[in-house]
Design a protein around this ligand. Structure first.
Ligand code: 2YJ
Length: 268
């Protein structure tokens, strides 16, 4: 997982509305709509105000990222949940949330970001939330994925989840990774196609889920391509932006929203 930096997330608390309007244009859904579908809740909207959430800043490893907890808090509030950042960090913050009787505790270190449901004793992690959220966004932007060719770039935690999810959605999935053997593992596990030449694969696909921290020149991108791209750093050149019909990206919102709703679902 790429470590988020303060500059990547500095706009998040204010940008959630803007992201909703951009997503609505590309997918016909808001972040909350995507999160509800990603959690398997077959509803247009749902009152989530009964859910109380504690976001715990974690100091271990490389430490607190300025604005991270506040951004997660803003994303969860935007879903209509009752959320706050704990005053304590780490174990003290976790204990604070438990003592307050919250439903969900969200926290991230350098390796793992989870939404823990205290009622159900179940969790949803960010790799699943991101993969599912971006797969659902791609599916909505593409008008369904059944029988369609989709390329997943990156066979890490998010890419591997995305391959499994997209295959379940009925897509004809190809996967590529800078370490080709990682793509081959997914080919064997899920019966998808491992492809070695990423540039060739990009130029042959109109539907792409990019889960790699990689940047691709616009010359490779198909006219009208739909690219769902959680990977950071995020950059598409002018040609790429002009050719693509939709480039779906945010630094944190979709993954965190799916985590919160999917975890809340366990105690609905
Ligand atoms: O509490 C804090 O402020 C920090 N401990 C947050 C750490 C956030 N974690 C990361 O950036 C992970 N490496 C990746 C998060 C996944 C986002 N897609």
């Amino acid at each position: 997982m790429t470590r988020l930096t303060p500059d990547l997330i500095e706009g998040v608390p204010d940008d959630v509305l803007d992201l909703d309007s951009r997503l609505m244009m590309m997918t016909g859904k808001t972040v909350k709509g995507i999160a509800l579908e990603a959690a398997g809740l077959d509803v247009e909207d749902m009152d989530l105000s009964g859910f109380r959430v504690a976001v715990v800043p974690i100091t271990s490893g490389l430490g607190v990222i300025s604005g991270f907890s506040a951004s997660v808090d803003a994303i969860v509030r935007r879903l209509g949940m009752d959320s706050h950042v704990t005053s304590g960090t780490d174990v003290a913050g976790f204990a604070e949330g438990v003592a307050e009787g919250v439903d969900l505790i969200m926290m991230a270190d350098d390796h793992k970001f989870i939404a823990y449901n205290t009622r159900a004793n179940k969790q949803t992690d960010n790799s699943f939330g991101t993969a599912m959220g971006y797969a659902v966004a791609l599916k909505n932007a593409a008008g369904g994925l059944e029988g369609k060719d989709v390329l997943v770039i990156g066979a890490g935690f998010v890419g591997s989840e995305a391959v499994r999810i997209l295959k379940d959605m009925g897509a004809n999935v190809s996967v590529t990774d800078i370490l080709f053997e990682k793509a081959v593992v997914l080919q064997e596990r899920y019966g998808v196609n491992a492809v070695e030449d990423v540039n060739d694969a990009i130029s042959k696909h109109g539907l792409i889920l990019n889960a790699a921290p990689a940047i691709f020149p616009g010359s490779l991108i198909q006219e009208g391509a739909i690219i769902s791209t959680p990977g950071v750093p995020h950059y598409f050149d002018e040609e790429g932006r002009a050719k693509a019909k939709a480039i779906i990206h945010d630094p944190l919102e979709i993954g965190a929203a799916v985590m919160a709703v999917n975890s809340a679902k366990y105690s609905l």
